[in-house]
Design a protein around this ligand. Structure first.
Ligand SMILES: NCc1[nH]cc(CCC(=O)O)c1CC(=O)O
Length: 361
C-alpha cells in the first residue's frame, strides 16, 4: 500500500462525549477525502479510571491524553481527537496539534435540577438560588469565580459521565440544586434542553480552549498534517492558541483557576503576493481577556489586550503578553496560594486514605 492511500486511524477516549467528537472529525474528513479509508480506536485513560479523587488533586496534567499519545507515537493510531480544554499547553516531544476545529460554544451553562423550586418559583438564574444551595462542579475555576460573586452558595464535587452527573443532580434525595457544565459538551450529547441559562463574563470566564475540538498528530506526519488542513478553522485556532499561550506562561493546566474570553474580527489586508492564499494574507483584530481567581474567590485579577494580528505566532504573543501582565498585577501571588492549597488538600486526602486503610485492615 502506498503511503498516499494509507489507512488513517482516529483515536480518542472511550467516553460517550469523546466518541461523538471523534465521529464529528471522522465525518468531516470523509466528506473532504471521499477516496480515503478512516478507522477509529477508543481507549480509556487515567482520568477515566480514577473517579475517586477530585480532579483538582489529580494534578490535571496529561490525565486524559497520555495513553493516547503513547499509541500515537507508537504508530498504532494517526490522529487523536481531544477536547482542546483537556490538552496540556506543552505538547509532548514528537506530538503536535494538527488542527483546531470551529468553536460554536465556549461558555459554561447552569443546569438546574428537574422540578426544583424556591418558594414555589422555578429557578432561572444563579440569583434565584437560596443561600446554601449546592452547585455541583469539579472545576476549581468555576468554584473560584462563582464564590466571588455568590459567596452564599455551596460547592460540591461531581464526577462521572454527563448522564451520571445529570442523574445525581435530578435525584430527589441528592444534594445538588444545579450543575455548571460546558455548554458544548451538553449540546454535543443531545442535552441542549437542560441548559437553564449560560453563565458568561463578568460572572464566569470559560476555560482555555473550552468548546473547541483538537486533533493531535505525530509532528513528522506530513500526510496527517495535510488532511488536518481540511479540519482547521483559523479564527478559532488563533483565539485558542492565544488562550493556550496565556495559560502556558502561567504554567497552569485545567486545574488552575484561569478563565478567558476571546473575540476575533477578520480585517481586510492588502494583497501581498499575486498568488495569495497563505496565512500571511489574513489578519484579524484579536481581543483576549485573561483572569486568575483565588480558590476562595477573594482575590481576582483581570487583564485585556486587543491588537491586530496576522499569524498564529502573533496570536500566541498576544496571549503571552496578557499572562505577563496578569502576573505583574497580583496573579503570581494568587497562583502561589493555589499551589499551597492543593498541597494541603493532597496531604489531607493521603492522610484520610491511610486512616481508611487502617480501619479496613
Ligand atoms: N472537564 C472535562 C471536559 N472536557 C471537555 C468538556 C466539554 C466539551 C468542551 O469543552 O469542548 C468537559 C466537560 C465539562 O467541562 O463540562
Amino acid at each position: 500500500m502506498s503511503t498516499e492511500n494509507r489507512r488513517i486511524v482516529l483515536a480518542s477516549r472511550a467516553s460517550q462525549l469523546a466518541q461523538i467528537q471523534t465521529h464529528i472529525v471522522l465525518d468531516t474528513l470523509k466528506a473532504a477525502f471521499p477516496d480515503r479509508t478512516f478507522d477509529t480506536s477508543f481507549m480509556s485513560t487515567q482520568g477515566d479510571k480514577d473517579l475517586s479523587r477530585a480532579l483538582y488533586l489529580l494534578g490535571g496534567k496529561s490525565l486524559w491524553t497520555k495513553e493516547l499519545e503513547v499509541a500515537l507515537l507508537g504508530g498504532e493510531v494517526d490522529m487523536v481527537v481531544h477536547s482542546l480544554k483537556d490538552v496540556p499547553t506543552a505538547m509532548p516531544e514528537g506530538c503536535a496539534l494538527g488542527a483546531i476545529l470551529e468553536r460554536e460554544y465556549g461558555e459554561d451553562s447552569l443546569v438546574v435540577k428537574k422540578g426544583y423550586t424556591v418558594e414555589g418559583r422555578t429557578v432561572c438564574t444563579l440569583d434565584d438560588l437560596p443561600a446554601g444551595a449546592v452547585i455541583g462542579t469539579s472545576s476549581v475555576r468555576r468554584v473560584a469565580q462563582l464564590k466571588r460573586r455568590y459567596p452564599a452558595l455551596a460547592f460540591k464535587d461531581v464526577r462521572g459521565n454527563l448522564q451520571t452527573r445529570l442523574d445525581k443532580l435530578d435525584n430527589p434525595d441528592g444534594p445538588y440544586a444545579a450543575l455548571i457544565l460546558a455548554k458544548a459538551g451538553l449540546l454535543r450529547q443531545g442535552f441542549g434542553e437542560r441548559v437553564t441559562i449560560d453563565i458568561v463574563p463578568p460572572t464566569l470566564f470559560h476555560a482555555v480552549g473550552q468548546g473547541a475540538l483538537a486533533v493531535e498528530i505525530r509532528a513528522d506526519d506530513a500526510e496527517a498534517r495535510r488532511l488536518c488542513s481540511a479540519l482547521t478553522h483559523w479564527q478559532t485556532s488563533w483565539r485558542c492558541l492565544a488562550e493556550r499561550a496565556c495559560l502556558r506562561v502561567l504554567e497552569g493546566g485545567c486545574s488552575v483557576p484561569v478563565g478567558v474570553h476571546t473575540e476575533l474580527v477578520p480585517v481586510p489586508v492588502p494583497v501581498t503576493s499575486p498568488e495569495g492564499g497563505g496565512e500571511g494574507d489574513v489578519a484579524a483584530k484579536l481581543r483576549l481577556v485573561g483572569t486568575i481567581t483565588a480558590v476562595d474567590g477573594q482575590r481576582h485579577v483581570e487583564r485585556e489586550v486587543e491588537r491586530v494580528v496576522s499569524s498564529s505566532e502573533q496570536a500566541e504573543e498576544l496571549g503571552a503578553q496578557v499572562a505577563k501582565e496578569l502576573i505583574d498585577i497580583g496573579g503570581r501571588e494568587i497562583l502561589q496560594l493555589v499551589a499551597k492549597d492543593r498541597e494541603q488538600r493532597t496531604a489531607e486526602t493521603e492522610a484520610q486514605k491511610a486512616a481508611e486503610f487502617i480501619i479496613q485492615g
